[in-house]
Write a protein that binds this ligand. Sequence first.
Ligand code: ZN
Length: 110
Amino acid sequence: MSEKTKKVTRLVDVRVVADMPSWVCRYYSRPEEWATNAEAWAREFNEFIRDHRSQDPVYLNVERITEEVCEKCGCTWEPYQDEEFPIPSCAGCGAEIEVEQGVSLGGQGR
Ligand SMILES: [Zn+2]
């Protein structure tokens, strides 16, 4: 008889999240513009911090959060394929998936 286990949530690290002023992103519609504006704002903020010696080990980093999504419908990338639907398709919109040579779909490989 093997010992059982279960999923637990354990704290392993602490990060500080800084909310930028809303104008950094407000006037732009594309996430790529949010990222480049956030990077420019963080550079300026880091220079400000450098001039205040008691806090100068503080450094703001901009992390780009990406996710794999369907190009067509924008939902989370989830290839779908079974005996009834043998052609690999997007589970969200049903569009057929373009298969590149030697690239796995992320689902059942062939
Ligand atoms: Zn889709």
